[in-house]
Design a protein around this ligand. Structure first.
Ligand code: MLT
Length: 269
């Protein structure tokens, strides 16, 4: 492979143990901009999911890395590992928010040597219920017909009530980003998330420092889900609840999220 399968963006110093940030659905790596701005002294790498931001279409990413049939987070995780290897990175602190967290869990299962520490933000380690899976497949089909309009309604769900009431500029920004996902990326990601298995076992013998974080107003990733992951990581994990933030904690309260990520990175750098 001569070019990285995923678009990768470098921030901060050129050397040192990187902090790799994986974004949530249906956004792209720009959702980390305000967090990255708080970490000018940390080497940060952000990547775009297949079909989001500057990454190629999902089928091209899959063709580059995959032995898995159909959309899968395993393919996405393999593409992250391949993109990092191509940049000479074989060890990193990896943190993902929501869908990015599912990919961090897949990395823990498939590429655990890569992980110096892991951050799981506004995410969970269980599989979908049948209803949730059916909803994703409906949205994937709708994206084929209406493009990013299929995800327009999500904005109200992923932002916390404080953000929606007090920070219209954040609401507008998230709405604008969500409108820019490609139909193929949206459909592929939803099918990949629908197919994901439970992965709590991948954390149980990971034996690296961990951060589990959620916005206090996150309606989709519950406190119970966070506690399950923190327990599985054992004594190595810090559990942080960010006030005044919903599911997109990194966009809603970037300073608090950056502080937690800085502690995680400093614990191994
Ligand atoms: C995300 O923010 O990435 C999504 O809420 C993930 C999901 O749909 O489960």
């Amino acid at each position: 492979m001569s070019t990285a399968p995923l678009a990768l963006h470098r921030h901060g110093p050129a050397s040192g143990l990187p902090l790799v940030l994986l974004h949530g659905f249906p956004l792209d790596s720009r959702m980390w901009d305000d967090v990255v701005a708080q970490l000018p002294d940390v080497p940060v790498l952000t990547l775009d999911a297949p079909g989001f931001g500057a990454s190629p279409a999902p089928d091209d990413v899959a063709a580059a890395v995959s032995r898995e049939p159909g959309p899968s987070l395993e393919t996405y995780a393999d593409a992250v590992a391949a993109s990092l290897r191509e940049q000479g990175v074989d060890r990193a602190v990896v943190a993902g928010l929501s869908m990015g967290g599912y990919v961090a869990l897949a990395l823990a299962e498939r590429h655990r040597g890569l992980l110096a520490a892991v951050g799981l933000l506004d995410t969970r380690a269980d599989a979908d219920s049948d209803d949730a899976r059916a909803g994703r497949l409906r949205m994937a089909e709708e994206a084929g017909r209406t493009g990013a309009d299929a995800v327009a309604g999500m904005v109200d769900v992923v932002l916390g009530e404080t953000t929606r009431a007090e920070r219209p500029e954040v609401v507008d920004r998230v709405r604008e980003w969500a409108a820019q996902g490609s139909p193929a990326g949206i459909a592929w990601a939803q099918r990949a998330m629908a197919a994901r298995p439970a992965r709590v076992a991948a954390l149980e013998d990971l034996e690296v420092p961990g951060l589990v974080l959620r916005g206090a107003e996150d309606l989709t990733s519950t406190q119970e889900a966070a506690e399950v992951m923190a327990r599985a990581l054992g004594g190595e994990a810090e559990l942080v609840v960010v006030p005044r933030a919903g599911h997109m904690s990194a966009v809603e309260e970037p300073a608090a999220v950056a502080q937690a990520l800085r502690r995680l990175h400093a614990s191994v750098a």
